[in-house]
Design a protein around this ligand. Structure first.
Ligand code: PHE
Length: 340
């Protein structure tokens, strides 16, 4: 028995896995195991020997059982330690950057302008990019042979369908929708197209934001007031606006609005002309014929309209040098303004 105990303890100590331990258990404590056979052979012993041998055998069995249990625990702990080590995560390592997208600079400018006009009670409208000749020109007081309707500037699809050359058709469409009955106070952002050779300041595709306010007693001073608020909110309180006489067939009188800018140094220095003023938008009082064609009585209603180019505004505000940057999808350009 002493020998069995001695060998068993040694084997258990050397065992390298749970399987080996199981084999040891079977060879000692199993049905045919060494201790089991000793206990079975007790019958052959004398009366005096039996209790003595029995006690020793039991003790040896207990010792071996304990040793086995102990070893199983040890092996399990080792296995667990190994696993934890293999799966260890160093939480102090710097993370891998996840590339994220962001709104395009133009989108941001458009949304900023939208918010501004929403705050002044305007609603946002959107209209078709493929437009009829009627809405793009005729409803805006540009009849068939009007010189301002330069065919060279338009992308025609059929005889009377074209890519809209401005967002002004939405003036006529919205007034029609409101049936000459209620006030209209909307802005409409959208893409427009003109036949142009692309260069730093020209693009055949660009965006515009149209504005229209029609109601009883809308006056030129209302236009000037709203444009002044717009310029100061977008560019800063120190900016001033000036209106110059101009011509558009669908407004009378017509104006162009300039915004004051620093001739050099600071933002948009290169787009600011030597005069210290830069042209931002076209505007005017809605032409009576345009009101009439859309179902509004010019003796009752009056209104103003304006149209601006978000690219130009973004160029001025952020010092973008080349209009083509907006459409090249150069990531270096796009990511530069994510924080702006
Ligand atoms: N549609 C004109 C343009 O594209 C801008 C404009 C809009 C002028 C509204 C007056 C009123 O140049």
């Amino acid at each position: 028995l002493e020998e069995i105990r001695h060998k068993a303890i040694q084997h258990i100590r050397e065992a390298e896995g749970l399987k080996a331990l199981q084999d040891i258990r079977v060879s000692i404590l199993g049905k045919k195991g060494s201790i089991t056979s000793v206990l079975r052979g007790m019958g052959k012993l004398s009366k005096e020997e039996r209790p003595v041998i029995g006690e020793i055998a039991n003790e040896v069995r207990n010792v071996i059982t304990d040793a086995l249990e102990q070893k199983v625990k040890e092996l399990e702990q080792i296995a667990l330690d190994k696993k934890l080590q293999a799966e260890a995560i160093d939480v102090t390592l710097p993370g891998r950057p996840v590339p994220t997208g962001g709104p395009h600079l133009l989108r941001k400018i458009i949304e900023e302008i939208e918010d501004l006009f929403i705050g002044m009670g305007f609603e946002i409208k959107e209209g078709p990019i493929v437009e009829t000749d009627y809405y793009n020109f005729e409803a805006l007081n540009l009849p068939q042979n009007h010189p301002a309707r330069d065919m060279q500037d338009s992308f025609y699809i059929t005889n009377d369908l074209l890519l809209r050359t401005h967002t002004s058709p939405m003036q006529a469409r919205t007034m029609r929708e409101y049936k000459g009955e209620k006030a209209v106070k909307m802005i409409c952002p959208g893409i427009v197209y003109r036949r142009d050779n692309d260069d730093a300041t020209h693009s055949h595709q660009f965006t515009q934001i149209e504005g229209l306010y029609v109601d009883k007693n809308v006056r030129m001073s209302d236009l000037k007031g709203i444009l002044d608020v717009f310029a100061k909110k977008l560019f800063g309180e120190d900016r001033e606006i000036r209106l110059r006489p101009s011509f558009f067939p669908f407004t009378e009188p017509s104006v162009e609005m300039d915004i004051s800018c620093k001739v050099c140094g600071g933002d948009g220095c290169s787009v600011c002309k030597q005069t210290g003023w830069i042209e931002i938008l076209g505007a005017g009082m809605v032409h009576p014929r345009v009101l009439e064609m859309a179902g509004y009585d010019p003796k009752v209603y009056s209104g103003f309209a304006f149209g601006m180019g978000p690219e130009r505004i973004a160029m001025l505000k952020y010092g973008v040098q080349d209009i083509r940057q907006f459409y090249l999808n150069d990531k270096r350009f796009l990511t530069q303004y994510h924080q702006a």
